[in-house]
Design a protein around this ligand. Sequence first.
Ligand code: SAM
Length: 245
Amino acid sequence: MTVVRPAGPGAGLGPGAGGGVGAGGGGGVRSGGAWLEDPYARALRAGRGPLFLRRPDGWVLPLEVERWLADADPADESVLSRCRGAVLDIGCGPGRLVAALAGRGHPVLGVDVSPAAVTRTVRRGGSALCRSVFGPLPGEGRWTTALLLDGNIGIGGDPGALLGRVAGLLGPVGRLIAEAAEAEVDECHEVRLDDGRGPRGVPFRWSRLGPTALLRHAERAGWTPLDTWTASGRHFAELAPGPAA
Ligand SMILES: C[S@@+](CC[C@H](N)C(=O)[O-])C[C@H]1O[C@@H](n2cnc3c(N)ncnc32)[C@H](O)[C@@H]1O
């Protein structure tokens, strides 16, 4: 596994101070391997889609590659303004949020299994680690804010397992900001990455949770919802691990 850090701004990461350097972690842990190469890497290198998650029955979910490659937008801003302390962006992609948070002086680390995504994040001036969220990470149990945006609650295809993992990454006053799907769905499917041009990616499990399902899974996993909001048609929840104080 590759660890990439820019010279300078990433040097003082909070919970992971010093811990962001090192190898290992298993990019293939819990299906992360599907995002390692084409067609996701092709789309990031080209700087555009189309890119889809394709189910075996032919249903496709378009992925917003151009939005991920752009700067943070007003909906992102509604998340950024709620971030406190040291931030871990899980499945950071090409790093628009990592770069925006670093620009505001937050200690911030992106984690992603895709070397192409990590490379883009670093080029934008962010710090990122090429590793699975389910592998060992720096600062475990000390992060102040964790992010699961752009559908990343789907990582691993088991929201309960992912939420349990994130709870273990946060410190005592830590918070998760998670994004729900627009539609009221609660589903998990086998999908492949597909750009409609080259070979499809390997199959992996991916979940989609709408606003109600996100809160249901969070509460089932022991989280307390603190806030929910909608910005530019996107739905978000701020969650605290454990019961309400
Ligand atoms: C739907 S995209 C989200 C893009 C991203 N949030 C952004 O700002 O561009 C999912 C991202 O999660 C990453 N990913 C998938 N499985 C992962 C895992 N197990 N651990 C960390 N990242 C993972 C993918 O490589 C991809 O960049």
